[in-house]
Design a protein around this ligand. Structure first.
Ligand code: SAH
Length: 441
C-alpha cells in the first residue's frame, strides 16, 4: 500500500483541503507534513500591494524539490505561474463555489454598510470591485487565517470582510455569509491543486482520476508565417491538420481555409475587430475545456506583435498547457523577399523589430537596421521621427507590401519621400541607419 508524505500549510483551511483531496482517494494512505509558509509567518505583508507570487507556496515547493515530501495540496489560485522548474500540477480538482462572500456586522449587505465603513479584503481585484460599488468605503488589507479574519468582524474592528465562499463552506462556516458578491473572481478560485515533482509519474497515475483536465483538449499558438502556404512550417501544418477548431487572424485567412477543422475568424480588418482580446482569450479557454484540440493561428510568429503573449498567459494561468509553434515573422519574410540582408558583415550588425503604431510611441533604437510593423497609416510619423533622431533624408527606406502573397509589391524610396507614399497595410518598412549603405538597399 502506498503511503505518501503530503506537505500543506498549517492553517485549519489548508488541512481541511488535504482531507478533502484524500477523501476522494480512500485507498491512499498519507502522512501530513504541515508547514508555515512565508506568507503565514509574515502577516503584516499586505496582499493588496503586489506581494511576491509564491508567498504561500515557496516553502512547500522547496520541501518537494528537496524530496522531503511527495506532494503538496494548494488552493489553485495561490500557485505561481509558471511553477518553479521541476514541479508540476498533478491534478486540478473540480471547482467548489468560485464566488466571494461578504461577512458583516449585523448582517448588513454591502449597499447598507454605514458611510465610510472599514471593509477588509486580501485582493486588489476585490478592493477595486468594492470601491466601484461603494466609493466611500475604507478598504483595509486583510490577513490571517479565516478564523482570525472573522474575528475582526466579531470584535468590531471591521464592519465587514470579503472572503471566498468555498473557504467558509470548507470550514463549515457557511452560516456566516451575509451576501454573495457578484464580483468576478480569480479564474481558479474554488479549485484545489495537487503539486509534485515532474519526475514522479507514479504519482501522476494516482492523482489523474481527480484531474478535471483529463477531459480537456489542448491548445497551440501557431505561427502561420507571412501568408504563402509554402512558408508555413511543417509543424504548424501538423497542428492544423489535427485541430478540431482553428481561431484565425485576418492575415492567416487563406491558410486557415485549407483545413477541415471548424474555423472561427477572430481578426481585425480595417481597424474593426471581430472580438476583444479578452473575448478571444476566453473563447480559446472554453474550447480547450470543451475537449477540443484548439489552434490559435496567428500571422507571422505568435510572439511578434501578435498579442500571443497575452493568450499564453491567460491559458497558463488557468493551468492549460500550451504548445507554441514559431512562424516566419513578417520582417524576416519581407527582407528575404526584397533581398535585403538585415545584417551584413562590416555594415549592419544589429536589427530592431519595431511597431509603427501608435504614432506617439514610435521608437528609434541605436541599431544598424530598423524594421517597422504596422506603419501603414503612420509612414509620415515614422519618417519624421527617424529624421529628427539624426538619420539622413536620403537614407533608403523600403516598403514591402503583402510579402509572399500574390499582391506582393516592393517600393524602394528614401526617408524624405516616405510621407508622400499612398500605400496600405500590411506592409513592412525597412530602414538602414548608415547613409553609405543607401545604394545597396
Ligand atoms: N505576428 C505577426 C505580426 C502581426 S502585426 C508577424 O510576426 O508577422 C501585423 C503587422 O505585421 C502588419 O501591420 C504588417 O506590418 C505586418 N505583416 C504581417 N504580414 C505581412 C505581410 N505578408 N507583408 C507585409 N507585412 C506583413
Amino acid at each position: 500500500m502506498v503511503s505518501l508524505i503530503v506537505a500543506s500549510r498549517n492553517s485549519p483551511l489548508a488541512l481541511r483541503q488535504v482531507e478533502e483531496v484524500f477523501s476522494l482517494l480512500p485507498l491512499i494512505k498519507y502522512r501530513l507534513l504541515p508547514l508555515s509558509s512565508y506568507g503565514d509567518k509574515h502577516k503584516n505583508i499586505s496582499l493588496l500591494d503586489a506581494p511576491p507570487p509564491n508567498i504561500f507556496t515557496k516553502e512547500l515547493d522547496e520541501i518537494l524539490l528537496r524530496r522531503r515530501a511527495d506532494a503538496a495540496v494548494h488552493s489553485a489560485k495561490d500557485l505561481p505561474c509558471p511553477l518553479p522548474e521541476g514541479l508540476t500540477v498533478l491534478a486540478l480538482l473540480p471547482a467548489a463555489n468560485p464566488q466571494d462572500a461578504l461577512v458583516s456586522q449585523h448582517n448588513l449587505p454591502l449597499r447598507k454598510l454605514p458611510h465610510g465603513a472599514a471593509v477588509g479584503t486580501s485582493s486588489p481585484l476585490r478592493r477595486q470591485e468594492l470601491l466601484s460599488r461603494r466609493p466611500d468605503l475604507q478598504i483595509v488589507a486583510l490577513r490571517g487565517n479565516i478564523g482570525e479574519r472573522l474575528q475582526k468582524v466579531d470584535s468590531g474592528q471591521l464592519a465587514a470582510i470579503v472572503v471566498a465562499v468555498c473557504a467558509l463552506q470548507r470550514l463549515g462556516l457557511s452560516d456566516r455569509i451575509t451576501e454573495i458578491l457578484p464580483f468576478p473572481t480569480h479564474p481558479l478560485q474554488g479549485h484545489l491543486a495537487v503539486v509534485a515533482r515532474t519526475d514522479r509519474p507514479d504519482l501522476r497515475k494516482i492523482f489523474q482520476p481527480l484531474d478535471v483536465r483529463r477531459t480537456w483538449g489542448r491548445a497551440a499558438l501557431v505561427g502561420a508565417g507571412p501568408g504563402h502556404p509554402l512558408l508555413l512550417t511543417r509543424q504548424a501544418d501538423i497542428y492544423l491538420r489535427q485541430a478540431d477548431i482553428i481561431f484565425y487572424d485576418d492575415l492567416a485567412r487563406d491558410i486557415a481555409k485549407t483545413y477541415s477543422a471548424t474555423k472561427v475568424y477572430v481578426g481585425k480588418r480595417k481597424g474593426r475587430q471581430a472580438y476583444s482580446q479578452e473575448t478571444i482569450n476566453e473563447k480559446l479557454y472554453q474550447a480547450v475545456k470543451a475537449g477540443r484540440k484548439t489552434v490559435r493561428l496567428k500571422g507571422g510568429d505568435p510572439f511578434i506583435f501578435g498579442r500571443g503573449g497575452e493568450e499564453l498567459e491567460y491559458l497558463q494561468q488557468r493551468l492549460v498547457s500550451v504548445a507554441v509553434v514559431p512562424g516566419i515573422t513578417a520582417a524576416l519574410s519581407a527582407a528575404a523577399l526584397a533581398q535585403i540582408p538585415l545584417t551584413k558583415r562590416g555594415q549592419a550588425a544589429s536589427v530592431a523589430l519595431l511597431s509603427g503604431h501608435p504614432a506617439h510611441k514610435i521608437k528609434v533604437p541605436q541599431t544598424d537596421t530598423l524594421v517597422y510593423y504596422m506603419a501603414g497609416t503612420t509612414l509620415a510619423a515614422v519618417s519624421g521621427k527617424l529624421l529628427r533622431s539624426g538619420l539622413p533624408p536620403p537614407a533608403a527606406a523600403v516598403c514591402v507590401l503583402n510579402a509572399s502573397l500574390p499582391a506582393q509589391s516592393i517600393i524602394r524610396t528614401t526617408l524624405r519621400q516616405l510621407p508622400s507614399l499612398k500605400i496600405k497595410d500590411p506592409l513592412i518598412l525597412i530602414v538602414r541607419r548608415t547613409a553609405e549603405n543607401d545604394a545597396e538597399i
